[in-house]
Design a protein around this ligand. Structure first.
Ligand SMILES: *Cc1c(COP(=O)(O)O)cnc(C)c1O
Length: 361
């Protein structure tokens, strides 16, 4: 059997012990004689699974009781519409900060439903930084304030959150959820597509403060109303059962093998530090992001020469370092160092980069 180091931005690596356990339980989950893929979502055995996944997530993320956890489908992209449909119903105003493609897509969707104010944007420099925010420019009566916390494509992250007072802060945390502790009480709503740090694609997790549920616009489709899913324990219709189960295995690993989010953060800081230190000292490779806004999860870098980038990506792939090609809008390379990437994977990548640099000096 061969396993590569997979630096994909998503879907991405899963912890090997998680995959092994899933394989072990594939044909006969806990003596049920069925795979989790085959069971009725209304069965007692699946009910136990979804409940235990929710309580694991609550314990790992320290989610307060006045927040609901929803297991949905449609990807993070469906949240771009669900957020305004559900929240933009009083003043019909919302503030957005444009820090990349995902935030911009969310903004465009919201603009179809109300008055959307762009508080700041970093488009002027290809989204290589997080704009400084001045609360004086925020809309006082906005229904919510929206950020994309970690910008998967550009490799930036908010290291301090905007102070939005009574206006609920909404964040797309698809590519940073579970990478370090996060104070859920600072947010009205958090959402994430699972395929970066939580499990396989197909599951979208929403964490929403209870008082924000039940205010949706009249035009909101039933399936896009948070209340529908909150009232039905995420079982209004068939949930993404297998992805939920896999997310549970990932959370179990995170809690019991890694030791929780504080420990995960230490490992993630170590991994990112190894690559950033190398980039800061390399003559061939350069990081593209302003230092203070660097992401721990997604690290874009370039040589400044497209042909050299191509040569590097091909050579890396041959040596078992795959999916290092940067996003098509940025070019160059991007290494995504999600939770499941072992420290050893980053050490070996950096050794390989050093060797490549020497050979191509
Ligand atoms: C991957 C990603 C998305 C898109 O997720 P889908 O589940 O494919 O819709 C949105 N936002 C961020 C920050 C992402 O990393």
């Amino acid at each position: 059997m061969k396993r590569v180091y997979n630096f994909s931005a998503g879907p991405s690596m899963l912890p090997e012990p998680v995959l092994r356990r899933a394989a072990e339980e594939m044909l006969d989950y806990k003596g049920s004689g069925q795979s989790v893929m085959e069971m009725s979502h209304r069965s007692k055995i699946f009910e136990d699974i979804i409940q235990s996944v929710e309580s694991l997530l609550r314990s790992v993320m320290n989610i307060p009781d006045n927040y609901k956890v929803l297991f949905l489908q449609g990807g993070a992209s469906t949240q771009f519409a669900m957020v305004p449909l559900n929240l933009m119903s009083r003043s019909k105003k919302a503030d957005y900060v444009l820090t990349g493609q995902w935030a911009t897509k969310a903004y465009k969707e919201a603009a179809r439903y109300g008055e959307v104010n762009v508080v700041a944007s970093s488009k002027d420099k290809t989204f290589t930084y997080i704009p400084k925010l001045d609360p004086a420019t925020f809309t006082k009566d906005a229904d919510y304030f929206y950020i994309c916390m970690n910008n998967t494509i550009y490799g930036t992250m908010y290291h301090t959150l905007p102070e939005t007072g009574d206006v609920p802060l909404v964040a797309d945390v698809s590519s940073c959820i579970l990478s370090q502790p996060i104070d859920v009480t600072k947010f009205g709503l958090l959402f994430a597509g699972a395929q970066k740090n939580m499990g396989p694609a197909g599951l979208t997790v929403v964490i929403i403060r209870e008082d924000l549920i039940g205010k949706a616009m009249d035009i909101t489709p039933i399936m896009l109303n948070y209340k529908t899913h909150a009232d039905n324990g995420s079982m209004f219709n068939t949930p993404p059962c297998y992805s939920i189960y896999m997310c549970g295995l990932v959370l179990d690993w995170l809690k019991n093998t890694i030791g929780g989010l504080e420990e995960m953060e230490k490992i993630n800081r170590k991994k990112a530090g190894i690559l950033y230190d190398f980039l800061d000292n390399s003559k061939l490779f350069h990081g593209t992001v302003v230092k203070e806004d660097r992401s721990l999860m997604n690290i874009p870098f370039v040589t400044g020469d497209e042909a050299m980038d191509k040569k590097f990506i091909a050579a890396a792939e041959e040596n078992g370092f795959v999916n290092l090609k940067g996003h098509r809008t940025v070019g160059g390379m991007r290494a995504s160092l999600y939770n499941a990437m072992p420290v050893e994977g980053v050490e070996k990548l950096v050794d390989f980069m050093a060797k490549f640099e020497k050979e191509n000096a």
